[in-house]
Write a protein that binds this ligand. Structure first.
Ligand code: PGA
Length: 255
């Protein structure tokens, strides 16, 4: 059984003080919920990780902590970068790698994303590897080719026991921050394809274990439908994760 994961990607929002308020509000909203059944992760900017980690630990909140990016080297002269070990030391569990905003705005190639995924596992973190097509690629019928390239590149160099713990987030780029979503049926189709591609590359056991999330304009109002197909194991939530009530409603909508 794959445990559903609802992860909030806060992107470049909130000071550490605002982040503290948000995680406390979220804890209040989800008080009494059975979080054994569904895992909830928050991914604040680097500057808020320490603050959020401290309140999660001191108040025994059942949230996992994630970061939004990581460098692939262990240390060195990489001004402005953060290493996997630095995140691990803050009890970070997940790290988003290859988000389309990083691929498109910061030039991250499939190879760089693969190195980040490998480095994350090397330090005991779990990558949430994002993939997805642009609107033009979708219209040209190139969705499968695109996600295949992204997924197989990320799997290359991972050991089977790492690959099986990886989280993949399928995020159609045209659905991110636009209010448009894939239909549940389309999201299920592409996510089932991703699972088949993982099976081809890494075997059926890995494919059966990898959690694959949908991302792109998930809200309280569409979450139940988007989260119900069999192959969809949760959501990566951007805008709606910045509002505690809305994000908690998405968590509650998880089947
Ligand atoms: P969105 O972002 O929910 O605001 O569309 C999702 C993401 O970029 O992970």
């Amino acid at each position: 059984m794959r445990r559903p994961l609802i992860a909030g990607n806060w992107k470049m929002h909130l000071t550490h003080l605002e982040a503290l308020t948000l995680v406390q509000q979220l804890s209040h909203e989800l008080a009494g919920r059975d979080l054994d059944r569904v895992e909830v992760a928050v991914c604040p900017p680097f500057t808020s990780l320490r603050t959020v980690q401290t309140v999660i630990d001191s108040d025994n909140m059942e949230f996992s902590l994630g970061a939004q990016n990581v460098h692939y080297e262990e240390e060195g002269a990489y001004t402005g970068e953060v290493s996997p070990a630095m995140l691990k030391a803050l009890r970070v569990r997940y790290v988003i790698v290859g988000h389309s905003e990083r691929r498109e705005l910061f030039g991250e190639s499939d190879e760089i994303v693969a190195r980040k995924a490998r480095a994350a596992f090397g330090a005991g973190l779990v990558p949430i590897m994002c993939c997805g097509e642009t609107e033009e690629e979708r219209e040209a019928g190139a969705t499968e080719d695109k996600v295949e390239r992204q997924v197989t590149a990320a799997l290359r160099g991972l050991r089977p026991q790492e690959a099986s713990r990886m989280v993949v987030a399928y995020e159609p780029i045209w659905a991110i921050g636009t209010g448009r979503t894939a239909t549940p049926a389309d999201a299920q189709t592409t996510i089932a394809t991703i699972r088949r591609l993982i099976g081809d590359a890494a075997g059926a056991d890995v494919a059966g274990s990898v959690r694959i999330l949908y991302g792109g304009s998930v809200k309280a109002g569409n979450a139940a439908a988007l989260l119900s197909p069999d192959d969809i194991d949760g959501a990566l939530v951007g805008g709606s994760s910045l509002e505690a009530g809305e994000f908690a409603a998405i968590v509650r909508a998880s089947p």
